[in-house]
Ligand binder design. Structure first.
Ligand code: UGA
Length: 434
């Protein structure tokens, strides 16, 4: 099939590359000339495990192309994916201006039947708005479909190639047939393609992300309670997650969820609810818990240093909002850095992938260690904010001899509490006794 993907961010680039990998001919369109040049010259613009290999192969085999020219990009397309940003506006609602601008342009450009697909996370009713915007100037037939994306950063290729489900919102038989054919190769193992109306598809995406965020905030509150009552959240998590109705995944407590999706989507659903004259009380609490959770380690650090962090120096491992990505959007580590620096401390940081992004954002607010162990030099304590695999079995002797104190504050529960005690560390984590 001939496919156009408008927007080459995370979702757009993964979508384009994976469709090319299943034999389609894909053109990706972006207004960023620099990005398009890089991509056309074989330089991948995001860090995503497994993507580069597919990207290289499909570029070489001439199935994957990039352009800044929308008209040229969509000329031969049968389907057009819109994978454009929907950043939160000042009031928390999703800003649709990028999508609607492209929709307006498409209306002027297209001359034969196209299926136009919202892949971005968009509020309920957006498909209707996109339809109206295209129809304003359009002389040909077209359909607008909602097809939310559920991939996770870090495992995006796998999630795209083998999705748990594909959600397709359309009431048009013609579009349904095209979408069914397009996604058939991705559900060969028997996972469902769920056809529904556009609004239900749009709401499914927000409901899924908000539910997962709720699971995390719920467990984070259980972790607080575990510390107060002397229970161990690892045990409670296993005990609870073994119930099939609850499930083992997304029950890991820590220093809060971050990233480009959960914080934005929970906020947007709260705002959509308000607009519909409904107060979504659970989600307000989920956001509130997460805000507090980002600084969960701070009182522990303050208590150890008797509320005087002035002149103290901290090593911080992990900056990305989660492992296997260089994405630092809403990363809990950034909130931690702010709080420490505000209290008069200095911070040296290390992350396997996200250093360049943090340096662009924070400049000389922190120092950047070339290696995880160098990061520990002269530090009063080690703080862990992201559970990268490379931090899981570190050289504890080296940590002990390099740090000024044998002191670790772990926001991701990487180590066994008893073993840390045996190794002679003072070790504080989330929801387990020190
Ligand atoms: C999330 C969803 O999982 C995807 O299904 C969705 O497609 C995507 O948002 C999106 O809307 O585009 P992502 O943001 O890439 O994916 O990352 P997750 O793996 O879901 O993690 C989100 C945050 O939750 C991270 O900060 C992670 O550290 C935190 N988390 C996750 C926990 O604190 N505990 C857990 O048990 C799981």
């Amino acid at each position: 099939m001939k496919i156009t993907v408008v927007g080459t961010g995370y979702v757009g680039l993964v979508t384009g590359t994976c469709f090319a990998e299943t034999g389609n001919n894909v053109i990706c369109v972006d207004i960023d000339v620099n990005k398009v040049n890089k991509l056309s010259n074989g330089q991948i613009t995001i860090y995503e495990p497994g993507l580069e290999k597919l990207f290289d192969r499909n570029l070489k085999e001439d199935r994957l192309h990039f352009t800044t020219n929308l008209a040229e990009g969509v000329k031969d397309a049968e389907v057009i994916f819109l994978a454009l940003p929907t950043p939160p506006g000042e009031d928390g609602s999703a800003d649709l201006s990028y999508i609607l601008r492209v929709a307006e342009d498409l209306g002027k450009i297209i001359t034969d039947y196209k299926v136009i697909i919202d892949k971005s996370t968009v509020p309920v009713g957006t498909a209707e708005k996109v339809y109206a915007m295209i129809a304003k100037n359009c002389k040909s037939e077209f359909d607008v479909v909602s097809n939310p994306e559920f991939l996770r950063e870090g495992v995006a290729v796998d999630d795209f190639m083998k999705p748990d489900r594909v959600v397709i919102g359309t009431r048009s038989e013609r579009a349904r047939k095209v979408m069914g054919e397009l996604f058939a190769p991705f559900v060969r193992q028997g996972n469902p393609i769920l056809f529904m109306d556009e609004k239900s598809a749009e709401l499914t995406k927000y409901a899924a992300n908000s539910f997962l965020a709720t699971k995390i905030s719920f467990m984070n509150e259980i972790a607080v309670l575990c510390e107060k009552l002397g229970a161990d959240v690892d045990m409670v998590r296993r005990g609870v997650g073994s119930d099939d109705r609850i499930g083992k995944r997304f029950l890991f407590p820590g220093i809060g969820y971050g990233g480009s999706c959960f914080p934005k989507d929970v906020q947007a659903l709260v705002k959509s609810s308000e607009d519909a004259d409904y107060e979504f009380r659970i989600l307000n609490a989920v956001m509130d818990v997460n805000e507090k959770q980002k600084l969960f380690l701070l009182p522990k650090i303050n208590s150890w240093f008797k509320n005087d962090l002035k002149g103290k120096h901290f090593a911080l491992w992990g900056l990305a909002f989660k492992p296997n990505t260089d994405d630092i959007r809403e990363a809990p580590a950034l909130y931690m850095i702010d709080a420490l620096v505000d209290a008069g401390a200095t911070v040296s940081v290390f992350d396997p992938e996200a250093m360049a992004n943090v340096e662009r954002l924070l400049g000389n607010k922190v120092t950047y260690a070339p290696h995880q162990y160098e990061c520990l030099n002269n530090a009063d304590a080690l703080i862990i904010a992201t559970e990268w695999s490379v931090f899981r079995t570190p050289d504890f002797d080296k940590i002990k001899t390099t740090l000024k104190n044998s002191l670790i504050f772990d926001g991701r529960n990487l180590f066994d509490v008893t073993r840390m005690r045996e190794l002679g560390f003072h070790y504080e984590s989330v929801g387990r006794s020190a």
